[in-house]
Design a protein around this ligand. Sequence first.
Ligand code: CMP
Length: 142
Amino acid sequence: MAGNTTLTIIKPDAFGNAKTGKIIALLEERGFRILASRVMHMSKDQAGEFYAVHKGRPFYPELVEFMTSGPCMPMVLEKDDAVAALRGAIGATDPAEAAPGTVRKLYAESKGRNAIHASDSDENAVRESRFFFAETEILAAR
Ligand code: CMP
């Protein structure tokens, strides 16, 4: 059965372009409820660990550099079938390929500077949510 929570990160480019409010509004309009959120500035170690699955890929150094270039906002979101619903709402990794009305089509600059991250499976949603938040912080909003 699909889970009802997922993890998103509003990325440094969206902060730099002052689009965080618009992105949160879009997600709330699509029925996502925020269970936990924080503004933070990731260290190189944190970003490297979070994206460890991509270690060795050509874009990994650039990804870590970008994710540590400014503030970001991890959030735990709740909605039925949350992982698939969020991936639908944010669109393809490359904004040039993202569907109209998606976060990345509206607000991303490029494949690297793509405004927002979303977990790709229920298993990763749990792992990624616990990377940023204690279980008690998430449960407090439910
Ligand atoms: P995200 O959903 O955060 O997960 C991995 C990130 O790597 C992805 O979004 C992109 O921002 C970034 N990335 C940069 N270049 C590439 C690429 N060529 N292929 C896939 N992901 C890339």
